[in-house]
Ligand binder design. Structure first.
Ligand code: SF4
Length: 375
């Protein structure tokens, strides 16, 4: 079972669903776009009610052995790095708990030495009692290595394919295990077999022609709905943001195209979750939540220790992967480097208030591990 042959066959073979999706993302007049928006809004209401899940990313580590040209955590970037201790993770989580969050996304670069399977399991075990929904977004591992993380209490797995174009993928991932395209592509299915109840996938828009990645992402969703039918599937539609390394994306996805893409996913896959992160600016997020989005991050930090300034005592700088002692200048901000710049900097409380004003109920918790025994 693998999505790879389906992806490679896409130029020749597309299901009726995918052909419909392609039509939905083709250029539209204003009135056609308005009709799409109305249908998307109504389908979202029918399937998800007037609700919006709120979650927060908790960055555990920015160590990474990969070089991905668009990412601030790339191994060769001379950035300030840290892997939080369990006490520091607990402090960050407590900060988020106080702000109402019960759904966490644990994020880390790929570095088996610092971000080992045991470390991830320990983090999840530590947080699961207070957070009914713990998701992970970390370097892909085997099904067997996902199992202890699931047993520790993680219920969701998020993996970005970045781009579904093999040639572009190869050019962007210049070294490290992430160069293995198929290993990443099959990650969601390995996670499903290991027991994750939610699977999140996406492309990072800006790396390749957005229409091609969108069709491939839709094909991947269609495939997972068929082959991982017991899991809840969600998609994110992130656009690339400025980061260390100063990568300039060669392609763009305009605000209007992003809105149309959200509508196209909602119309094509009425029951699939759509995630919107703080990469997008506040005014745009406020407009997009009315279309088809079902889950949002709020008040996010992309640097490990960013919520509480923990971990600063054991920061180090790396130069081409070699650890060197950092030399701080007076007044220099000594937090670890973030993965990318956040655009919507409003607090979780402000986001919740915006949602209520739009007639939506912010949902801080919609899953309990106790339910796992009855589904
Ligand atoms: S995208 Fe992920 S794997 Fe690539 S450098 Fe960034 S953290 Fe590492």
């Amino acid at each position: 079972m693998s999505f790879a042959p389906v992806l490679d066959d896409l130029p020749l073979r597309r299901s009726p669903y995918l052909r419909r999706f392609e039509e939905l993302i083709a250029p539209k007049t204003d009135s056609e776009f308005d009709s799409m928006a109305k249908i998307a809004r109504s389908l979202t209401l029918q399937n998800f009610g007037r609700t919006m899940r709120l979650f927060a990313p908790l960055y555990l580590s920015n160590e990474c052995i990969n070089n991905c040209r668009y990412c601030g955590f790339s191994r060769d970037n001379p950035i300030l790095r840290v892997t939080l201790t369990l006490d520091e993770v607990a402090a960050e989580a407590d900060h988020l708990l106080q702000r109402g969050f019960r759904q966490l996304l644990l994020v880390a670069g790929e570095h088996p030495k610092f971000v080992s399977n045991d470390y991830l399991s320990d983090c999840v075990r530590l947080l699961a009692p207070n957070f009914p929904s713990v998701a992970i977004e970390v370097g892909p591992v085997t099904e067997e290595n996902y199992q202890p993380i699931v047993r520790a209490g993680a219920e969701a797995l998020v993996v970005y394919q970045e781009t579904y174009d093999r040639v572009v993928y190869n050019e962007l991932h210049t070294s490290g295990p992430k160069r293995d395209f198929n290993w990443r592509l099959d990650c969601a299915e390995r996670g499903y077999r290991a027991g994750f109840k939610r699977l999140g996938i996406c492309a990072l828009f800006g790396l390749s022609r957005w229409q091609d990645d969108a069709v491939a992402l839709a094909a991947h969703v269609e495939y997972l709905l068929k082959h991982c039918w017991q899991a809840q599937i969600s998609v994110s539609l992130p656009r690339i943001r400025p980061a260390a390394g100063a990568y300039r994306p060669p392609f763009s996805l305009t605000d209007r195209e992003l809105a149309q893409l959200i509508c196209a996913f909602r119309i094509s896959f009425p029951q699939v979750g759509i995630v919107l992160s703080t990469r997008e600016r506040a005014s745009l997020r406020d407009a997009l939540i009315r279309l088809g989005v079902t889950s949002m991050s709020a008040g996010s930090h992309t640097e490990p220790g960013g919520y509480t300034r923990r971990g600063t005592e054991h920061l180090h700088r790396t130069v081409r992967g070699r650890i060197i002692a950092p030399e701080f200048q007076d007044g220099e901000d000594v937090l670890a480097t973030g993965q990318f710049e956040i655009s919507d900097e409003r607090s979780p409380a402000e986001i919740a208030s915006v949602l209520r004003k739009q007639g939506l109920e912010p949902v801080w918790k919609d899953w309990d591990q106790a339910l796992a025994s009855v589904v």
